[in-house]
Structure formats: C-alpha cells, structure tokens
Design a protein. Structure first.
Length: 125
C-alpha cells in the first residue's frame, strides 16, 4: 500500500535499483531511515507548515504523473523478436477494464459502506 511519502520513495528506489543494482538499495534505505529518525528526534516536522498548500498539491500531482508514466510499461509485452509492443486488443481491454473497476471501487465504495477499509478493498483485485 503506497501512501504519503512512500510513493516518492518507490519512484526513487526503482531508478536506483535500475542504475546501480540491488546492492545500493540497502544502504539507501538505511540512510533514508536515519534521516527520518533524525527529523523525528529534532522535531523538524513542524516546518512542513511553511510549505504552501499549492506546492504540496503540485508535488503530489507530479508524483502521480511519474508513477503513471512508469506503469505504461505494463501495457507492453515482448514479441518474438524481443521488441516491446503494445498488448493485443483483447488483453488490453481486460487490463483497462481492471483499471476502471479498481478506480470505481476506490471512488464509490466509501459512499456505500465503511465496513471494509478502503486500502484493503483495493488489494482484493
């Protein structure tokens, strides 16, 4: 489940592993954890109030675009020559249908019931 700053970290970690391999991932995670612990000890979270709301919205929207563009590769598959091509129409429609169903659940389920946690309902697909 990606929420909060985890989305930004996921994008950074994917590119780190792609360029330097898994061996750098552990060191990067430990360093990020030290930064977070230090920020908590020194109570630096109060400074987030200084960042204007439009800046935060812009950051989250930019992150959404980066994640969206990274997911476009899921709609491609290698052909016999090894080149990536778009999925066949039947598979593409199935995948787009699952995307639409997931988005509908995210939007409409909270209006129907609160008995099922929203993040859990997304994982059920």
């Amino acid at each position: 489940m990606i929420s909060g700053a985890t989305g930004a970290m996921a994008v950074v970690m994917v590119s780190l592993v792609a360029t330097h391999g898994v061996q750098y991932l552990f060191a990067a995670i430990m360093l990020a954890g030290l930064f977070q612990i230090s920020a908590g000890i020194f109570k630096l979270g109060k400074f987030i109030r200084i960042v204007p709301h439009p800046v935060m919205i812009g950051f989250v929207n930019g992150l959404a675009i980066v994640i969206f563009l990274a997911q476009l590769g899921q709609f491609k598959a290698p052909d016999l020559s090894g080149a990536l091509t778009w999925l066949p129409q039947d598979q593409m429609m199935l995948m787009l249908g699952l995307v639409a169903l997931t988005m509908a659940i995210i939007h409409f389920l909270p209006k129907i019931t609160t008995a099922v946690p929203l993040l859990l309902s997304r994982l059920s697909l």
